[in-house]
Design a protein around this ligand. Structure first.
Ligand code: GRF
Length: 189
């Protein structure tokens, strides 16, 4: 499948997806990296990887509809079939939802529906839960709602600091996201 990865930050998941494509573990082609934060580290990773980068500044558009219309045109030009969100810190709006329907996927660092939204790892640690994890799901208009595709649990040990839990979660994500995308693209769920 031809995919676009959307990211706003460091892009370690972008990197894991790219590496899995290179090694043949993920049967897909990254056509485009879309970033709403020009200069974010993920753009450097993408350029090094030889992936086409589309950076944009949302505030320079009159509305979400306008920038999503621009994004949709670029996605079409590049024949993108799936949108893969990897730390894209923005809700997807009606233009992309209408055009990509069930072909937009997100990864979230908790066992949804627990701890949606920002700082899911911090929320889990503050709540004192003993198990948290990672969820991969289809995107709908809500914040981290939408049908769940797959989940992995991560245990929180007594005394674990937030950064230690975040680290464990990232390690799982880097295996779990490419693997789940491959299954999905091959028609298995
Ligand atoms: C990941 O933890 C992902 O679950 C969340 O945002 C984070 C992105 O990290 N949606 P990175 O930019 O891929 O390192």
């Amino acid at each position: 499948k031809k995919i676009a990865v959307f990211a706003s930050g460091s892009g370690s998941n972008f990197q894991a997806i790219h590496d899995a494509v290179q090694s043949g573990k993920l049967r897909a082609e990254i056509k485009l990296l879309v970033c709403d934060k020009p200069g974010a580290f993920v753009t450097e990773r993408a350029r090094k990887a030889g992936v086409l980068v589309l950076e944009f500044i949302p505030k320079q558009f009159a509305s979400k509809e306008e920038f999503e219309t621009m994004l949709h045109e670029e996605l079409q030009k590049n024949e993108v079939e799936y949108i893969v969100l990897a730390g894209y810190m923005r809700l997807i709006g009606s233009v992309l939802l209408e055009n990509y329907g069930k072909r937009i996927i997100n990864i979230h660092p908790s066992l949804l529906p627990a701890f949606p939204g920002m700082d899911a790892v911090g929320q889990a640690v503050a709540a004192g839960v003993k198990v948290t994890g990672v969820t991969i799901h289809f995107v709908d208009e809500g914040m981290d709602t939408g049908p769940i595709i797959a989940q992995r649990a991560v245990e929180i040990q007594e005394g674990d600091r937030e950064d230690e839990v975040a680290q464990k979660i990232h390690e799982i994500e880097h295996e779990f996201y490419p693997e789940t995308l491959d299954r999905l693209f091959e028609g298995k769920r």
